[in-house]
Design a protein around this ligand. Sequence first.
Ligand code: IMP
Length: 831
Amino acid sequence: MTETSHLLKIEQGRDALYSDDVQSLKASFLNHLKYSLVKDGYSATKRDLYKCVALTVRDRLVQRWLKTQQDYYKVDAKRVYYLSLEFLIGRSLGNALESLGLYETMERAVEELGFDLRDLSEREWDAGLGNGGLGRLAACFMDSLATLGIPAYGYGIRYEYGIFFQRLRDGYQVETPDNWLRYGNPWEIERHEILFVVKFYGRVDEYLDSNGNLRHNWVDTQDVVAIAYDTPIPGYRNDRVNDLRLWAAKSTREFDLGYFQHGDYEKAVADKVLTETISKVLYPDDNAYQGKELRLRQEYFFVSATLKDIIRRYKKHRNDSFGEFAEKVAIQLNDTHPAIAIAELMRIFLDEELLEWDTAWGIVEKTFAYTNHTILPEALEKWPVALLGQVLPRHLQIIYEINRRFLGLVASLYPDDVDRLRRMSLIEEGDEKKVSMANLAIVGSHSINGVSALHSEILKEDLFRDFYDVWPQKFNNKTNGVTQRRFLKLCNPSLSRLISEYIGEAWVTDLSEIRKLTTLVDDTGFLKRWYEIKLENKRFLAKCIKEHEDVEVNPVSLFDCQLKRIHEYKRQLLNAMHVIYLYNRIKENPSVSAEPRTVIFAGKAAPGYYMAKLIIKLINSIAQKVNGDPDVGDKLKVVFIENYSVTISEHLLPASELSEQISTAGTEASGTGNMKFALNGAITIGTLDGANIEIRQEVGESNFFDFGLKKEEVIDLKHKGYNPRAYYEGDPYLREVLDMISRGDFSPGDPTLFHPIIGSVLDHGDTYLVLADFDSYVKCQQRVSDTHRDWKKWAKMSIMNTAGMGYFSSDRTIREYAEDIWNVTPLKKTF
Ligand code: IMP
């Protein structure tokens, strides 16, 4: 018997100890309390008890994780690698229990031990390793990949600090660090033995190999060690558990005897701290690129360690041949943040594996695929050549060589078109030369996708038009999706139960089933229950708002929600201006029978984004005035919920009725919040932007409140010369709203406080056309209010929204990636 098979036998024997019945769960729990946490009935805190539950669940995940990984080897599966700087996971306990089918059993086990599972679940700290849509999409994809049984791995950074905590002080956003690892993270498995050295800086030496070929050596580098931390990602009831591997930076200085021998201990420690800052903190910017050296180092750090790990795994049962690499490895780049991987894989192939350029490039192109997430110019990554050359000198050489060959191809296709060459070059000329990471990602990938139908069209027709001309076959669309398991089943249990009672449970893994709800819109009994569940969810939220924000909201009022990052293009300002408009109508005639509304905002602004932070202050100032006005009573309330997070979204979505998706047409790539709201029965008020267009199509035009300029009209208006002042002069309601802000009605102590906001729309061009869309928005909101008066009509529309969400499951999105881009098929459950 070999040592390995002996171990496998022991491993299987131990599994009997980790069964899924109440007694075993209790035994595991108590075992962890005593032997993992070293606590007893005297010393255990609620957090300890939560940890014991989490570790008990983790044991069950680990069993399935090992089996899943072994199965992948058994069939020599093609693996998908999802590279992302962000994974916005939120909490894991509820999701893991649901996936394992253990929720009720664990509830009973915990109850028999004298505790309440829901109460303990509240102790879990969100894993907030992302900013917004892009990071949450990565987390939804991980869930769908595991549920579909696709051999997949997420790779990213284990930030010590996730997205900052947002506190409101006097209505202003104040940031505090998210020290999420302070009490340990029961989900992760530290892999001290899985580490890779990542190089930075240094210089490149040239030499001739034995065949007389010019070769390169990257030397005199400063090295950092990447250590792996694994988080198990369970599939839903399929015994599959995939791996999310996050890298932490460790200094190599600890091992650098040189420093110690020279007695420079302080320097050794200082360097260690500096190196380890690489994985210290997530950059808190959404849809904006800052160009910081540390960010470039983060990008390269995780990419380099990841590729080394991928190659290690690929080589495990192969000799040094890379012939099958692209048949066994698919790498998806979540935006350009990991795009340096294209140069890094070339470097490994050329300098370490000694492949020829053409062979290496052929594999690289077949391996990588790139997802674009935004067309906002300020978000496109362009690294200064000088900086990139300093941090990654060998990669800059490789990028220049990729560019030289690529431009040769373009020149052969378009002779004498110098302008085209300039536009397509990976190197942007100018005062400061820059490397365009999007161009690198396009050239080095076989697939480029946008994230909604409209967005993908914009990529082909506008942003990447030149590349589309050369390689039309590379471009495709993959409309985003969300996981219905977290964003309906888990977060809205009463609605989920109702749905399953009527149409069965199949929707949990096949969301197209949800369309069956359309047959129930004329069933009054069903409508009533649908309405009552929403009302109950609203009552519960109203109670939380009273507790946390000390605002009394009317539970039968329309719950009108805008939950997303604060950004000018997302136009929270337009929403805030509508609130002022409504306030004015009530003040004009306090006895008017207005349809009551509660307008709820939540979202973080990037700490350095002045205008977004001022908009938060404006919303809070409006809230203060409106909520305190006795003329208004419960007809209108405004609430800003601080520190928006995945968990808070799970609390808000079930109570939402109106979903604000009001970006300027042509600016939001997709949006995924829009899908989560509709899934929970909220009706969208939205522009024809991003995935809103497809949502409207699926739920039916009559079940969607659309307003505002369309993308072509936006372009047209800007082209003709947009004059926001003309709108101001021409619309007395709009003028009244802006004049009130301008006069200081919402900032009596400091009347000029909000002048920069007024200046941005009146004097600086109103980039996002807030004034141009104001009238259309207000009129549409009037239709919303009129519809909401009729509960039956509203409930029908709400059902049609949930029923129309089949297409927006991330399961569908992932199936499309798997078929069209990765060429992988889901593995069957058993082998
Ligand atoms: P990795 O793929 O090398 O990162 O290993 C992940 C897991 O896959 C290990 O913990 C094992 O459970 C499993 N594994 C690794 N190598 C093999 C193999 O050669 N055959 C079967 N399973 C393996």
